[in-house]
Design a protein around this ligand. Structure first.
Ligand code: AQP
Length: 350
């Protein structure tokens, strides 16, 4: 079992371990989403904990999404989850907008989170660059909706890539402030679970930028839908240096592109960086890149083949998401109702 998973408590309240995480259907999923998140989601499901996984479509529209493409990308992301090993019976799998409690708790958390906290969120700054005036209010408030996604299930553990660590820490701050302001032990202090050799997969074109589904360059990422030839060509063209691979991880210092490819190899092969280097030390990228491409094709092509099969029946995907939403709603509604009571809202509607 994942080392970090224990039964957490806040004051006298005990919380049953429950895993929540999500991915935005803001484009096709990448190797970064797979290694940093999806692969971990499958591992946690198979460790026997209650697992709730969500396609966060409300987050996706914080930047413009064409409506028809958003529907398509949401179904494709659901197909990727199932193809990668998420069992929609063992886990709860749904799209966020079908469970309105997320948005309702999100509003309450907008009133708990402080502007000073939001101003420190590095992902917002990275995404808007110099264009903050033009960004949506939703993009700014994104982390407080994310806190609601997690806490509306009293989730205790959130598997994420390194880039989401700050948002999970903000979730803890919101929970702690809510508990303090209302003098309750109601929300757990959720732990991020950031594990594996590739918690931050970098762009294939620039080792200082993370691999991202919204990067304008398709060459910067491996998509889960890429075919074998495309995967091989992208790794062949990936930026690297002219040095040979070292025999210890220290030898990768100052070589971000080389480190990235070695990390990807280790994560795909489920071995350590040391083991990769034991095999490839002294070799150049002319040998390493084709081996990496073969490994990636072997691991990813069964997923993309299964995705294609699932995508042939979109009604079945919608049915799975609808069922998941009902199961999620049954957990979220009592937690939202109790939150509204705590906050002082009259709830007399029949
Ligand atoms: N490059 C990455 N390496 C490791 N993990 C990653 N994740 C994303 N990129 C990497 C993890 O995937 C989960 C879902 O992320 P998301 O899609 O909800 O948002 P994101 O982090 O903003 O991912 P993208 O691909 O960069 O999306 P866009 O381009 O739409 O903003 C998270 O657990 C994340 O850590």
């Amino acid at each position: 079992m994942t080392e970090a998973v224990q039964t957490p408590h806040v004051g006298k309240a005990q919380f049953t371990p429950r895993v929540f995480s999500g991915i935005q259907p803001s484009g096709g999923l990448t190797l970064g989403n797979y290694l940093g998140a999806l692969k971990r989601f499958v591992a946690m499901q198979d460790e026997g904990m209650e697992t709730i996984y969500c396609l966060v479509d409300l987050h996706a529209i914080t930047v413009w999404q064409d409506p028809e493409r958003l529907r398509q990308q949401t179904r494709e992301a659901a197909a990727a989850f199932i193809a990668a090993g998420i069992d929609p019976v063992k886990s709860i799998l749904f799209n966020q907008s079908q469970v309105s409690a997320h948005a309702e708790l999100g509003w309450i958390f907008n009133c708990v989170a402080r502007l000073g906290w939001m101003n420190r969120m590095t992902q917002f700054k990275d995404k808007v660059g110099k264009n903050a005036e033009n960004a949506s209010l939703g993009l700014y408030a994104y982390p407080s909706l994310m806190a609601a996604d997690i806490l509306v299930y009293h989730a205790t553990h959130v598997p994420v890539g390194e880039d989401q660590k700050q948002h999970v820490e903000l979730t803890r701050d919101i929970a702690a402030k809510f508990n303090h302001d209302y003098k309750v032990d109601f929300f757990p202090l959720t732990a991020p679970v950031i594990e594996g050799a590739a918690t931050r997969v970098m762009s294939l074109r620039d080792g200082s930028k993370k691999m991202s589904k919204s990067d304008p360059s398709d060459q910067s990422r491996i998509n889960l839908t890429d075919d074998a030839d495309t995967i091989a060509a992208k790794f062949r063209k990936a930026r690297t240096d002219a040095e040979l691979l070292p025999d210890t991880p220290d030898g990768l210092d100052g070589r971000p592109e080389a480190r990235n490819l070695v990390n990807i190899f280790a994560a795909l092969a489920d071995i350590s960086v040391e083991e990769v280097l034991a095999q490839y030390a002294g070799q150049g990228f002319g040998t390493f890149k084709p081996a990496l491409a073969d490994l990636a094709v072997a691991k990813l092509s069964p997923i993309s083949t299964e995705m294609q099969r699932l995508m042939a029946d979109p009604a079945e995907i919608d049915r799975i998401l609808g069922n998941g939403a009902e199961r999620a709603d049954a957990i979220a509604q009592p937690i939202l109702a109790r939150t509204l009571d705590i906050v002082g809202m009259i709830r007399s509607r029949r």
